[in-house]
Design a protein around this ligand. Structure first.
Ligand SMILES: Nc1ncnc2c1ncn2[C@@H]1O[C@H](COP(=O)(O)OP(=O)(O)O)[C@@H](O)[C@H]1O
Ligand SMILES: [Mg+2]
Length: 421
């Protein structure tokens, strides 16, 4: 492995190993650090794919858009499509070109600022003393998005883009979002990838940039959050900022510590775009393999039922994560996130089939399909859980009305909700 094609992987203050990339073969490599193996700690932090051996391991099978040739657990750290727009704009405002940036260089830019606890070296030093205003960020992201559809114009200066890059690229997913940290005492807001400390609340904020007054996806996501909580789904405390930005506390930053997190897709190497592996049964099997407590298996069942009833079809394998407890080397189900109405009510609710199949079905899922899953994974009282979730439609409606969601939208969405029978 050539030196400049190597990057160090660190976690919990230790060097875990080195990652290499061969552009010609489009293959990646991983080698555990001998000291890390010798210490024999955190042995389950990568429960699949990496073998705990001293030799270099080669990965040639992950050469697709999702994993980009990297080991999938590492690809989880790469910025998503939204992050890449900003990354690209940022590069273009300087002298570099995105095409010349390798995946390892992208990881180097992620550095110690990524989601979860995995860190990459070398990383660029970014000063820790900038204070950023949320309105300014909203404006810059808007401009970057506008700029995307209007290539050629470079309305933004390097410094602003650098600022937003520092904030905007660390979270995965599809919608515009930023990471911010709020000082618990002074309420000062700083970019979310600079400090992690118990003095701050660390938020992931989905920005409400849409001008459309009729439909705010962030408001709807907030209403879904309230409804999901009412059905016993575990989620991080979340709030609406200025009635339009959805802010959720990060489960990968808790009590001043970084928590190691992997998505189901990243942990198991299942491409979340591939229908063959996109099955709820895979998710349950993974949870069983990880020896999750039975309450987590039941929680997963509750989330599946919620996604069915509330027409959240975007329930793919990157929208489910697991959280590592470094103190006892065990995994737990991470809190739920990205629970929302996934159809666009302004585009006449065009129906899409759900990402994860239930008993092989993506549409027309019946009670018998859901009960079959309940039986396979020994869920107690599945009908009680289904009833509970089903009744929450009225909770959803009450919140929607209280928050002045237009009647037309409320009725349109309700029509898409499903009665499991
Ligand atoms: N509360 C949270 N704490 C930590 N990570 C989160 C949280 N919510 C979401 N994430 C991570 O951020 C990514 C993007 O969030 P998500 O809600 O899925 O946005 P999108 O609608 O863009 O897909 C998720 O895939 C997940 O890895
Ligand atoms: Mg998502």
């Amino acid at each position: 492995m050539a030196k400049n094609n190597l990057i160090r992987l660190r976690c919990f203050g230790k060097e875990v190993g080195k990652i290499g990339f061969d552009e010609h073969r489009n293959a990646s490599f991983f080698q555990y650090s001998p000291d890390f193996l010798k210490e024999d700690t955190y042995t389950d932090m990568f429960p699949l794919i990496f073998k705990r051996i001293a030799q270099t391991q080669v990965f040639e099978q992950y050469n697709n858009d999702t994993f980009r040739g990297l080991p999938p657990m590492i690809a989880d750290s790469l910025p998503d499509a939204f992050g890449n727009i900003i990354f690209k704009a940022w590069l273009e405002s300087g002298s570099k070109n995105l095409k010349q940036i390798s995946v390892l260089e992208q990881l180097a830019y992620v550095g110690a600022r990524g989601m979860g606890a995995l860190e990459y070296q070398p990383c660029k030093d970014l000063s820790a003393n900038t204070t950023i205003n949320i309105d300014e960020i909203t404006e810059i992201v808007k401009q970057v998005l506008e700029q995307k559809s209007n290539t050629g114009a470079t309305a933004l200066d390097h410094a602003s883009l650098l600022n937003i890059f520092k904030i905007g690229t660390s979270a995965g997913g599809a919608r515009p979002k930023i990471l911010v940290s709020e000082n618990k005492v002074t309420k000062e807001i700083i970019p979310g990838d600079i400090v992690y400390s118990a003095d701050y609340d660390h938020y992931l904020v989905k920005l409400g940039l849409e001008e459309n007054k009729k439909y705010s996806p962030e408001l709807i996501e907030y209403i879904y959050y309230l409804t999901a909580k009412a059905t016993g789904i575990d989620m991080m405390p979340s709030k609406l900022i200025d009635g339009k930005h959805f802010a959720t506390l990060r489960f990968d930053r808790q009590e001043g510590r970084k928590k190691h997190v992997l998505t189901a897709s990243g942990m198991a190497g299942w491409d979340f775009m591939d229908p063959k592996v996109s099955r709820y049964e895979n998710l349950f099997d993974l949870a069983v393999y990880l020896k999750l407590p039975h309450k987590d298996i039941e929680q997963l069942f509750r989330r599946m039922v919620f996604n069915l009833v509330f027409a959240n079809n975007d329930d793919h394998l990157k929208n489910h994560s697991f959280l590592y407890n470094e103190a006892n080397n065990k995994w737990l189900l991470a809190p739920a996130y990205d629970l929302t109405f996934s159809l666009n009510p302004l585009l006449t609710y065009k129906r899409t089939s759900r990402a994860l199949s239930v008993n092989g079905k993506r549409v027309g899922v019946l009670l018998s399909d859901v009960l079959k899953i309940a039986d396979s994974y020994t869920i107690k009282n599945p009908k009680g859980i289904i009833d509970h979730v089903q009744h929450a439609i009225s909770v959803w409606e009450a919140h929607a009305k209280e928050m002045a969601v237009p009647e037309m939208i409320v009725e349109g969405m309700k029509k898409q909700f499903v009665e499991i029978n």
